[in-house]
Design a protein around this ligand. Sequence first.
Ligand SMILES: O=P(O)(O)OC[C@H]1O[C@H](OP(=O)(O)OP(=O)(O)O)[C@H](O)[C@@H]1O
Ligand SMILES: Nc1ncnc2[nH]cnc12
Length: 173
Amino acid sequence: MDIQDIQTLIRDIPDFPKPGIVFRDITTLLKHPEGFRSTIDLLAQRCGELSPDYILGMESRGFIFGTAVAYQLNCGFIPVRKPKKLPAPVYQQSYDLEYGQDQLEMHQDALKEGDRLVVVDDLIATGGTAQATAKLVEQAGAILAGFVFVIELEALEGRKNLPDVPISSLIQY
Ligand SMILES: O=P(O)(O)OC[C@H]1O[C@H](OP(=O)(O)OP(=O)(O)O)[C@H](O)[C@@H]1O
Ligand SMILES: Nc1ncnc2[nH]cnc12
């Protein structure tokens, strides 16, 4: 499937989780075998160009795409999680969402200085989640090679909040 076909599998839900937000629902894409496979193939191709040792994915939708990409590229996967889920010492970052506020954590020993990684998530809106993740990577002293998203909400200009590395999205709204 090409990107146009993949886009038809994403469902729009108006006024979720708050009035005025159009929620781009990827569950309808995930349940479509060919659509899901093609999405992972495209993400993996873009990530592979950045030669990562690791894929980083953010809880929870970032885990769905990030782990599949890591498997395909034979990379390790590092989970960035919501608060109080990780058992060993963590780095922490607070951030604002399109519809709220939250915190992200990553194990302090997940990455070492010089490790090269790509961040994968389903969607960039304000960029708050991805920006917080970049700060966690910076805390660890690792090399952030780039970001690859399935969906980008261009009107929110999230990429303006990210460091100066390659940023790629398959589908733009
Ligand atoms: O660019 P931003 O404004 O930060 O928004 C994008 C983030 O919002 C969603 O996650 P959410 O926090 O809703 O969590 P979920 O993956 O557990 O649904 C989405 O999966 C991204 O991670
Ligand atoms: N509009 C949106 N649709 C789906 N996930 C989101 N995460 C942040 N904004 C979103």
